[in-house]
Design a protein around this ligand. Sequence first.
Ligand SMILES: *Cc1c(COP(=O)(O)O)cnc(C)c1O
Length: 421
Amino acid sequence: MNFRERDQKHLWHPLTQHKLHPDHLPIVKAKGVWLYDEDGKQYIDGISSWYTCMYGHCHPQIISPVKKQLEVLDQVVFSGFTHPPAIELSEKLMAILPSKMAKIFFSDNGSTSVDVAIKMSLQYYFNRGEKRKRIIAFDNAFHGDTFGAMSVSGLSVYNGPFEDFLLTVDRLEVPDENNITALLKKFKAMLDTGEVAAFIYEPLVQGAAAMHMYRPDHLEMLLRMAQDAGVLTIADEVMTGFGKTGKNFASEYMISQPDVICLSKSLTAGVAPMALTCCSQKVYEAFYDDEISKGFFHGHTYSANPLACTAAIAGLDLLRSDEIQTAIKNIHKRHLKFEQYIKTHSKVKQTRVTGVILALDLDVKMDRYGKLRDELYAFFMEQGVFLRPLGNTIYTLPPFVISNSELNRIYEVMEKSLELI
Ligand SMILES: *Cc1c(COP(=O)(O)O)cnc(C)c1O
């Protein structure tokens, strides 16, 4: 039996209806921006394997310290113990996080980092003896697939069976020029109930909502209002964190800083699953007490795994290097140039760019997982470029280390794909 047949015997893949999509392509190797399948055919990883491996796959500066760490300390319980990689990571992160951040809580993935943020917010008010049980989240938000994260997410096609079991969430449209005045009014009315514990948002770019982008000054107004009303603000930077918007964190585009930030995905440079929820001193202090039960009794077995922390430290060193900072600016400039060129194409309805993220909306109606979407995906793969269309949006979020010619190849294949519609 080959890989494909063996896969079908026991494996159940994420976000997949297996009856319609039984076949999965075996990838056996990856290096830099390239993925290699079992036949040796290679593909440019145009979405950095879901925004994780921003420094390219198997980067020597990441792999080598992880290998060394593997010989020294592989895993240890993080309650009662601490270890050098976690300590060093906390110091390096604090040096670049927005200045309000004071404490870091580890978990395993983006969804758990959001669940931690939600639990922190609810317990923050509980510990202070205030009844605040509602959370405000944006329409079309995506914050993950665990129950808390699913509750504050908006893509309900997938949430149908669970809707009766979710947290109490007030929904807000994403701001734009047309709705902002009405939106601020609605937001104020929600805040005025005095029942809201937190406002959670993906700053500037909603990834799963087809890279929907919105203005920093609009978000700034919402953050000010929330903070004036004593509501905690949670920036979900699981996708936007670590340079993808052009700055280290999207939150840097606003003056008002969040009380809590969720980080994962490229945190570990695509090497190991790990996540963080960072919070301000104010949040931490609501838990700091002589009473045990006021503590935060949440924990994951692999919290702060030393190998994952080591990969994260190496990733941060790369992020701060001149080479990567220059690469981020270069990709952004090239995206803008391609955007200028492609936006007048008759099949292109809309274009947008933030940092290294480029998205094109095609002028056609299609389902999120419909037939044309599958045809586009198959075309990209046949052309040797891994891109995953979201509805009628095609986008790229390439590794920072992509070369000009590799990036041009992505643009070329995107343009060619327009002939399919
Ligand atoms: C991917 C993502 C998550 C969920 O992270 P997982 O590691 O897949 O659980 C949460 N929030 C945002 C903004 C994301 O992009």
